[in-house]
Design a protein around this ligand. Structure first.
Ligand SMILES: Cc1cc2nc3c(=O)[nH]c(=O)nc-3n(C[C@H](O)[C@H](O)[C@H](O)COP(=O)(O)OP(=O)(O)OC[C@H]3O[C@@H](n4cnc5c(N)ncnc54)[C@H](O)[C@@H]3O)c2cc1C
Length: 807
């Protein structure tokens, strides 16, 4: 049994101690620099309002698990969760529409949610300005977490199982040997450990610095005030009966505290604080995470507040704070074992709302090797290097604070810092009028205005206002033109690694499901599974030589995982930034490429899923015969220094073949027509290969991680499946994450959705119940407040015989 140390007894540390000891991991010490059970971190003063609805299914499920757990906890006679419900308020039509979208997000994650009329909302919360309201999103299971009480209950439960909590003890250093933690140095001496879990909240960056780790966490001060007892609340005798409220339009939230109201505000300018500057417990006026209130930032808060709760006009504010908590560069928490030091785990930047779910996942991860829920969005090893710079962390953290309640489109890129990373093709893309979105910090063309000339030939159905954002009918034109001719796609942002050295084949065979014992020059699409046969990633392995593999992976998490598992003789190297990639896709791609090389590119010489090192004009390239858009074509890779020469060479030669540059919009539409899954969107570690329709990529003989579990799965008894839905009405567009219904009941959710311009219909891949996965089944997709009829269709919709790819 490993010796475990948890740093911090806030809601995260206490929940994790509870989860680990419940599973028998009781050789555990929680070290806390403050007093128990109100040690002075963010948990000690947070109002604990819990809104489960979230754009991320995983975060929503963390929240649901937190509600479920806290609702079951009692501190004496007091409940640790007050299920008073929540309402998000709309006072303008755009927000009302968005509440319908958010209701869909909640339903997709299995959360009961509905949009109420102003009258219904007013009935639930009589202090609301009924005449100002247009509607409210009501989630009956939301409410108020009594986090300090819960900490004590969970902490004492862990102690009863053998854990120790040591208070007034500060961790000052972390010991390590041979790349692994060995213990922590504290103000009360050394504590040996095999596993150290940092649950230090806003002090996370300080703990990170002890091991040389940069954490993408920015502590920010947030304003929260309480009113004096209000006559309008005089009839309420218990702590809270009224639903908690959010008025995102004014950056405000509210909760009842007996006869008073708490008002929290995100409308003030961001107030970042460096973790090193947070006062020690003994010097802090009230507690370290509470800074002195700055009334000048509060200006404007009550104006917005009285608009929706007029009674606040006469209320007196009696208690105010600038409370500290953590924001990250991408709004997700930090979870998992840091790749830089074995045994050093992190669970930080976690709201109370998600704390118990996060703790459960962490315990499963530590004990079973992987959590049940998909946590790729939260993985501590997910960041690009630029995301770990202090300027970036501060700027993005502050921006995420500003945008916390903003109405953000799913495709909306960050505004600043941009451009941050550009591929070598950027100058040419700009010349062609590229409309850029952002991927991994890179500018990535979504479409090219230069292709507007094609709009006469290719027509796209009109769209509603929401789905027209970050969209252009040019996407349709690009898709169709590529299917008929040839297009150039910048695929540089997709991650690439080299795996080389003695034993690399055997290593990759253990790590992946692919049959890799093929000749050099072969390409294999395969999966990486966890021990439960959940899909950790899908990767494309290109065998360049006996012990030389070039692999297209999905994320930094994949790279770190492979690095961690590789034996000493095998080298795993991220080559993304040093190389560039272009997709030359379309029926005329071979003719075009052939015109630039004397090597034979015929189907016989360079067949489907084969690669060749060659030259296109002067440029040394690796030419890989595959395409993610379902057409004859090549992924072409070269080193970054040749980027412009490669583009210009292809562009010049391409004139004869009608070559166009095409963006990510066309790429996505075409890949969905071809049924190609995108990891993280369409499938993740919660899904097995049979469910995801990817069992073809799993070799029969075993010998890879997850093989035993995979063998146990009965493909004829799947409880859920990823299916291809086709919307019945070609005018209907959905964007992804919407709930799927059958006879009025939620039976699944959409993953990726794009208009298929070749088939002339909207395609939506979706997870649905197994019994509803047969072709022809009629379902509906809820888009805002409309139910769009859709039918389970053939998967894929485009070229299922693969004739175009293999031609
Ligand atoms: C004003 C305000 C309002 C908020 N409202 C809500 C809300 O309504 N809903 C919601 O979900 N979230 C809310 N939050 C956010 C929420 O409070 C935090 O995200 C959450 O409490 C963080 O919990 P934690 O356990 O990670 O961190 P903390 O509670 O900060 O615990 C970290 C602990 O680590 C200890 N520690 C740090 N360094 C060391 C060291 N070197 N040695 C020993 N111990 C150490 C600290 O003393 C501290 O007790 C709010 C935050 C604020 C500030």
């Amino acid at each position: 049994m490993p010796k475990i140390i948890i740093i911090g007894a806030g809601i995260v540390g206490c929940s994790l101690a509870d989860e680990l000891t419940e599973r028998g991991y009781c050789d555990l010490v929680v070290i806390e620099k403050g007093n128990l059970w109100k040690p002075g971190g963010s948990t000690s003063h947070a109002p604990g309002v819990v809104f489960q609805t979230n754009g991320s299914r995983t975060m929503a499920q963390f929240a649901s698990q937190t509600v479920e757990k806290l609702y079951g906890l009692k501190h004496g006679v007091e409940n640790c969760f007050l299920k008073v419900g929540s309402m998000e308020l709309a006072t303008i039509p755009e927000r009302l529409a968005d509440l319908h979208r958010r209701a869909g997000l909640a339903m997709s994650a299995g959360i009961d949610a509905r949009v109420l009329s102003p009258e219904e909302a007013f009935k639930l919360h009589p202090l609301l300005a009924r005449e100002k309201l247009l509607g409210a999103l009501y989630v009956p299971d939301d409410g108020i977490a009594k986090a300090v009480l819960a900490d004590e209950v969970m902490g004492k439960r862990a102690i009863s199982r053998g854990a120790r909590f040591i208070s007034n003890c500060e961790v000052v250093a972390i010991d390590q040997s041979n790349g692994a933690v060995t213990g922590v140095q504290t103000t009360q001496g050394l504590f040996p450990a095999d596993i150290v879990i940092s649950c230090a909240g806003i002090w996370g960056p300080k703990i990170g610095a002890m091991v040389g780790m940069h954490k993408a966490i920015q502590p920010l001060a947030h304003q929260l005030c309480y009113t004096a007892p209000m006559p309008e609340l005089a009839s309420y005798k218990s702590e809270a009966e009224l639903p908690v409220l959010r008025h995102q339009g004014s950056d405000l939230y509210f909760k009842q505290r007996g006869q008073s109201l708490a008002v929290g505000w995100y409308g003030h300018r961001p107030l970042p604080v460096r973790a090193d500057d947070i006062l020690p417990n003994e010097l802090a006026e009230i507690m370290p995470s509470q800074m002195r209130f700055t009334p000048e930032e509060w200006k404007g808060a009550m104006e917005g507040a009285t608009e929706v709760i007029p009674a606040l006009k006469n209320s007196e504010i009696v208690e105010c704070m600038n409370g500290l908590f953590s924001f990250t560069v991408d709004n997700f928490p930090l979870m998992g074992e840091w790749s830089g030091l074995k045994g050093f785990w992190v669970a930080e930047a976690v709201w109370i709302t998600h704390a118990c779910g996060v703790a459960r996942a962490m315990a499963e991860w530590i004990i079973d090797g992987h959590p049940k829920l998909a946590v790729h969005e939260c993985d501590v090893n997910r960041f690009e290097t630029h995301q770990l710079g202090s300027q970036h962390i501060e700027e993005r953290g502050a921006q995420n604070y500003i945008e916390v309640y903003d109405l953000l489109h799913p495709l909306q890129p960050m505004e600043s810092p941009r451009p941050l990373r550009t591929t070598g093709f950027y100058p040419r893309q700009k010349e062609l009028g590229a409309f850029f979105l952002e991927a991994s910090g890179y500018e990535r063309p979504q479409w090219y205005e230069s292709n507007a000339v094609l709009l006469d030939r290719y027509k796209s159905p009109p769209r509603d206002e929401w789905s027209s954002k970050f969209w252009s009918p040019i996407i349709c034109a690009e898709s169709c033109a590529v299917r008929e001719g040839v297009g150039l796609f910048d695929i540089t942002t997709l991650k690439r690694i080299e795996v080389t050295g003695n034993g690399s084949l055997e290593f990759l065979e253990r790590m992946t499901t692919g049959n890799l014992r093929k000749k050099s020059g072969s390409i294999t699409y395969c999966l990486m599974l966890n021990e439960s046969a959940g899909i950790m990633s899908d990767i494309t392995v290109m065998r360049r030589g006996e012990r030389d593999f070039f692999i297209g992976v999905n994320s930094n998490t994949d790279i770190n995982y492979l690095k961690k598992m590789a034996p000493d003789t095998v080298h795993v190297k991220d080559i993304t930034a040093g190389t560039v990639g272009l997709g030359l896709f379309g029926p005329k791609s071979r003719e075009l490429a052939q015109s630039l090389t004397r090597d034979d590119l015929s189907n016989e010489a360079l067949g489907y899923f084969k690669l060749k090192s060659t030259y296109l004009g002067h440029v040394p390239v690796m030419l890989c015969r595959l395409s993610y858009v379902g057409e004859l074509g090549y992924e072409i890779y070269t080193t970054a220094d040749f980027a412009l020469k490669l583009w210009d060479t292809l562009w010049q030669a391409g004139k004869k073949y009608g070559l166009i540059a095409a963006g990510r919009g066309a790429f996505n539409s075409m890949r969905l027509e071809k049924g190609y899954r995108s990891y993280g969107m369409d499938m993740n570690s919660e899904h097995n290969p049979h469910e995801a329709g990817l069992a073809f990529a799993v070799r029969k003989d075993g010998g890879y991680r997850g093989a035993d579990a995979f063998k146990e799965i009965n493909p004829n008894a799947l409880t859920r499946k990823l299916v291809c839905l086709v919307l019945d009405n070609p005018q209907h567009v959905v964007l992804g994450k919407e709930p799927v219904l059958h006879q009025g009941k939620v039976v699944g959710y959409v993953t990726s959705a794009y208009f298929g311009h070749t088939i002339g219909r909207q395609i939506a891949y979706a997870w649905v119940l197994g019994e509803l996965s047969t072709e022809g089944t009629a379902l509906t997709i809820r888009y805002f407040n409309c139910d769009y009829p859709a039918t389970v269709g053939q998967d894929p919709q485009y070229d299922p015989q693969m004739t175009r790819l293999r031609s």
